[in-house]
Ligand binder design. Structure first.
Ligand SMILES: [Zn+2]
Length: 678
């Protein structure tokens, strides 16, 4: 659903969302195996490269399928969840006349419309024609402003992005945010980097746009080059991703009238009204300089070039939905050229993904009813409380933090709330209009419904029961404004977790994930929020300086990882996630240590529980990735690549060195260079 995408911007996810594919692994069978010995590559020493040691044989056996950009435990589990969703979809077709507006009716009719390939191919582009015509009829800046609003509601992008979310400095209310947008290729580097690889992509991009215009029968002179030129100008005024992470730099609250007063060509009031945000009187501008520069660009760029660009945005947003021909073309550029994916998934799987992504909450409800064991909640609550206990201990023992900051940190830790499995309260979708015979119109309606749901929040009390992720997703998140950690049913399965697994594997898997999410509350940005979820400084100056110095060391460590020739992890972009990974396994290990105090070491497959804990962590990050996807992700993903998510934290954890006898070995740091933050 749209809401998951929009409000997701303010959340810290465990991993970037990514669409995957089919294949069964043994972990997915009824009797799950906690850790497969056959994953191990014993030709590699654990202290030389623990990642390759722990899962290297799996990597050799599991190349990236031709339909994927990467292939990880996350994808495999998501694929498995999706097979279950497929069963629910097939089952839905059998229902006779489900009640209008019920989850079942929406699912059944939307699925039917998606299966109607002939109807889609015939009507898809026609259904969008009204938006294309509206763009073609733009004559002046006023009308351009209007279209920025109107088209946003149906997921047609523009350089402006206004949305409603919780106010970072007052978590009890919603507020409107303004952020930058408009780069179809997703990152500045694709436009600005002078490098053969990126130049190749730019050339292919121009050709792709020209082809799309041709296919759509739209007459235009050099549409591709003109789009690239305009988007390059947008890239030049856009902020870097590392700055977009900065909770302080991106918080500039002002009256809408004041913001509007600084801009001559952008009509903020008009855009907000067009988005039905008439109630918005204050706004948080995330990227002030971007808006100032965009305001100039509005005039510098001709109306004709803006129309050309907006027409392209219709297709960049909708090509994959309107017909087989457009979908294939879109895939060739955005999946093959950009991410190295060789083949399209079969139509049936693509439909499944769209239905799952569009009606994710209704499907999620049916998914958990059928597949989520309620007893997992109890086990998870216990794990979470054990982790909280370990965190408390750790904060009290920190040598770099003074007592008064510790007191506040503990207060924040105590205030964390959590959600497990699925929402207690399901959203009402009864006003969503879905028919069995117009797929693209259904997608438009879903988009409008999601936008309305979001915009209507403004002025309403904050809904603390709301979930920002669907229950079937293989992911987890921390919300700074809610000061809460959330674990959907989708991830509470092998290889992350199973009630039958030994403690070491569960703590190395889901335990590390829980610790990761807790630590987001104390990462370089999360630590700027207090126990009520308000951005407010609760640190002493000295402690804050010491914290900054420690996190800088961690950023420097990751910036040294060369993942492709000449291309490195961005230590600043990935800092929050790396702090969370390091904190995650440190705390989960502490919690496990406590559990094991009263137990005997079961010594499974010749490994101690300490060793199995680290094998468990490596196991959840096993994966392969194409070169193109890796290049794309190191630019855009705030998470480090999987291998570094294992090697980076372990280098700093003395218990790993001890468990595998790695003292003095290349993988681990010496006592004097080791980083301990939490
Ligand atoms: Zn995270």
């Amino acid at each position: 659903m749209k809401q998951f995408i929009i409000t997701g911007a303010a959340l810290l996810l465990l991993t970037q969302c990514n669409p995957p594919k089919e294949e069964k692994t043994e972990e997915m069978e009824d009797q799950p195996v906690a850790f497969e010995l056959s994953n191990i590559d014993s030709s590699v020493m654990p202290c030389d490269n623990f990642y390759t040691y722990a899962i290297g044989s799996w990597q050799k056996e599991n190349p990236v399928p031709a339909t994927e950009g990467r292939w990880m435990s996350f994808n495999i589990l998501a694929e498995n969840n999706r097979e279950k969703i497929q069963g629910i979809l097939d089952e839905s077709l059998k229902a006779e006349n489900p009640e209008k507006g019920s989850y079942l009716q929406l699912i059944q009719d939307f699925y039917k419309s998606a299966l109607d390939t002939v109807g889609r191919n015939e009507n898809g582009l026609k259904t969008l024609q009204t938006y294309i015509s509206a763009i073609q009829s733009i004559e002046n800046l006023e009308q351009l402003n209007q279209q920025f609003s109107a088209l946003k509601k149906v997921r047609i992008g523009s350089p402006v992005s206004f949305y409603v979310s919780r106010d970072a400095e007052n978590s009890e209310q919603y507020i409107t945010y303004a952020s930058q947008s408009g780069m179809t290729l997703g990152d500045k580097s694709y436009y600005l980097k002078e490098d053969a690889k990126f130049e190749e992509i730019r050339t292919a991009y121009v050709t792709h746009i020209n082809d799309i215009f041709h296919m759509a029968g739209i007459e235009a002179e050099n549409p591709g080059q003109r789009v690239l030129d305009l988007e390059t100008k947008i890239a030049q005024i856009s902020w870097d991703r590392k700055d977009l992470r900065d909770a302080d730099k991106t918080y500039n609250k002002m009256a809408v009238a004041e913001f509007d007063g600084t801009l001559s060509n952008l009509n903020v009031r008009g855009i907000l009204d067009g988005l039905d945000l008439t109630k918005a009187d204050t706004i948080v501008v995330r990227t002030i300089s971007f808006y100032e520069d965009l305001d100039k660009l509005m005039m510098e760029v001709s109306i004709d070039d803006w129309k050309n660009y907006m027409t392209w945005k219709v297709f960049s947003g909708w090509s994959s939905s309107i017909s087989d021909e457009f979908e294939k073309k879109h895939f060739d550029f955005f999946s093959t050229t950009m991410r190295g994916v060789k083949e399209m998934r079969p139509r049936k799987e693509r439909i499944l993904r769209t239905v799952d992504g569009s009606l994710s909450e209704p499907l999620g409800k049916l998914f958990v009813e059928k597949y989520f064991p309620e007893e997992s909640k109890k086990y998870m609550s216990e794990l979470i409380e054990n982790l909280r206990g370990a965190y408390k201990q750790s904060i009290m023992n920190l040598t770099w933090m003074g007592d008064s900051t510790k007191e506040k940190a503990l207060k924040k830790l105590e205030s964390f709330t959590y959600k497990i499995g699925y929402p207690d309260k399901w959203e009402d979708y009864s006003e969503l209009e879905i028919s069995s015979d117009n797929y693209v119109q259904n997608l438009i309606n879903i988009s409008l419904f999601g936008f309305k749901e979001m915009s209507e929040k403004l002025g309403e009390p904050v809904d603390k029961d709301e979930w920002h992720m669907a229950p079937q997703m293989v992911n987890a998140y921390y919300s700074p404004s809610g000061n809460e950690i959330v674990f959907p049913a989708g991830i509470l399965q092998p290889p992350f977790f199973h009630p039958s697994f030994d403690d070491a594997i569960n703590y190395g898997g889901i335990g590390g994930v829980i610790g990761h999410e807790f630590t987001h509350g104390f990462d370089d940005q999360g630590a700027k929020y207090d126990w009520n979820g308000n951005k407010q400084n609760w640190w002493t100056d000295e402690d804050r300086e010491r914290f900054k110095a420690l996190t800088q060391q961690l950023a420097d460590q990751y910036s040294q990882y060369e993942v492709l020739p000449g291309e490195y992890v961005n230590g600043q972009l990935t800092l929050g996630e790396n702090i969370a990974d390091l904190g995650g396994i440190t705390l989960s290990y502490m919690a496990l240590e406590k559990v094991m105090e009263s137990k005997e070491d079961p010594m499974i497959d010749g490994f101690t529980w300490q060793q199995r804990f680290f094998l468990g962590w490596a196991n959840v990050w096993k994966g392969n990735i194409t070169e193109e996807t890796l290049r794309n992700r190191i630019l855009t993903d705030p998470h480090s690549p999987a291998e570094q998510r294992v090697l980076g934290p372990l280098a700093n954890v003395p218990q790993f060195e001890e468990a595998f006898g790695c003292t003095g070995k290349p993988m681990v740091k010496s006592d004097s260079t080791r980083i301990k933050i939490w």
